[in-house]
Design a protein around this ligand. Structure first.
Ligand code: MTE
Length: 327
């Protein structure tokens, strides 16, 4: 995997008073991990090759991966409490507190992920096999929500491209769609018809193959709590948070641009690309600044960065495109 430079985050943008662990501890862990595995990156290899030792142990809900310094933000993290209690997961309700209140009923085992459409090898994976498909990495990503708040989160998982290369997309595969689960008995938010369930999101195939796009199985060194999208979600750090579908059961490779939930609800307000862009306001509010969750209500808002600070890695994907038109 090519080396990805860390996005630049000014120290003034630090999120909360809580520090995940000291920088020294992290670097020690990163060093130890690199020695144990011989490398810090996920290999693009298409084999089930990692022992449970390499996974770092998943007993008692833990999911400790190898810190990947290529994706590291030397930064204070949003507290685990905020990450797990201030959520958007409309299947459980629209209040930020609803997912942590109601998602305990979500059934996450058994859990299959179907991959279908324009692939040479349509496949059905058991979630527990996906957990062993590649070495689990810890990466600190920024999450910028379209509602103009943000967090800094230590996710555990590996690049989506590792999984997609297993099923071998055909040359017709132009888009990748993510379909979230629907559990009518367990998701009280489904009664609201704001969204035409299931929640669906999608990327262009070249975006989906970018190593920054992460399949996430854990956060803060533990398996994902249900409210954060257990047992598997995606994280796409340069796009508004709504692109990162939760509790995914199906991945479709498609020739034509697929429907996505928020574009369907309000196409003038939410675009397919949804790249974080401070110079393109939402029709009802500015996207130039953001509120860091955990900073306190009197803390100043911070400037939003183009592509959420990941421009050096992803701007090439959009060269020649008018990002005001393709918002
Ligand atoms: N996925 C599903 N299935 N349903 C949702 O309502 N909300 C999105 C995204 N993924 C959503 C979803 C939005 S708007 C955001 S900001 C992020 O999840 C929030 O992720 P978090 O709660 O883990 O911070």
């Amino acid at each position: 995997m090519s080396r990805i430079k860390q996005p630049y985050i000014p120290p003034s943008e630090i999120t909360s008073e809580h520090i995940w662990q000291s920088r020294r501890t992290w670097l020690k862990r990163a060093g130890a991990g690199a020695i144990a595995l011989g490398a810090t990156g996920v290999s693009g290899s298409a084999m089930l090759l990692h022992s449970s030792a390499a996974l770092g142990g998943q007993e008692k809900g833990r999911l400790s991966g190898t810190p990947n310094s290529d994706y590291w933000l030397e930064n204070k993290l949003t507290s685990e409490k905020d990450v797990t209690t201030y959520n958007n997961f409309y299947e459980f309700g629209t209040d930020k507190s609803a997912p942590s209140q109601y998602a305990q009923k979500l059934e996450t085992r058994p859990w299959k992920i179907e991959i279908e459409g324009e692939v040479e090898k349509p496949s059905s994976f058991d979630i527990d096999d996906l957990l062993k498909l590649a070495s689990i990495e810890e990466r600190v990503y920024r999450l910028r929500c379209v509602e103009a708040w943000s967090m800094v989160i230590p996710w555990s998982g590996y690049s989506l491209s590792t999984l997609l290369s297993q099923v071998r997309p055909t040359s017709k595969a132009k888009y990748v769609q993510f379909v979230s689960d629907v559990q009518p008995e367990n998701m009280p938010g489904l009664r609201s018809r704001i969204i035409d369930w299931p929640y669906v999101e999608a990327l262009r195939i070249d975006e989906a193959m970018h190593p920054l796009v992460m399949l996430v199985f854990g956060v803060y060194g533990k398996l994902l709590p249900n409210q954060n999208g257990a047992p598997m979600r995606v994280a796409i750090p340069w796009k508004y948070g709504f692109k990162s579908g939760k509790s995914i059961v199906k991945i479709r490779l498609l020739e034509k641009l697929p429907e996505t939930s928020w574009v369907k609800i309000a196409p003038r307000e939410y675009g397919f690309y949804a790249n974080v862009n401070p110079s393109v306001p939402h029709p009802r509010w500015s996207q130039a600044t953001e509120r860091r969750i955990g900073d306190g209500i009197f803390s100043p808002r911070v400037d939003t960065l183009m592509f959420n600070g990941y421009g050096e890695q992803v701007a090439d994907l959009y060269s020649g495109m008018d990002l005001k038109r393709y918002y």
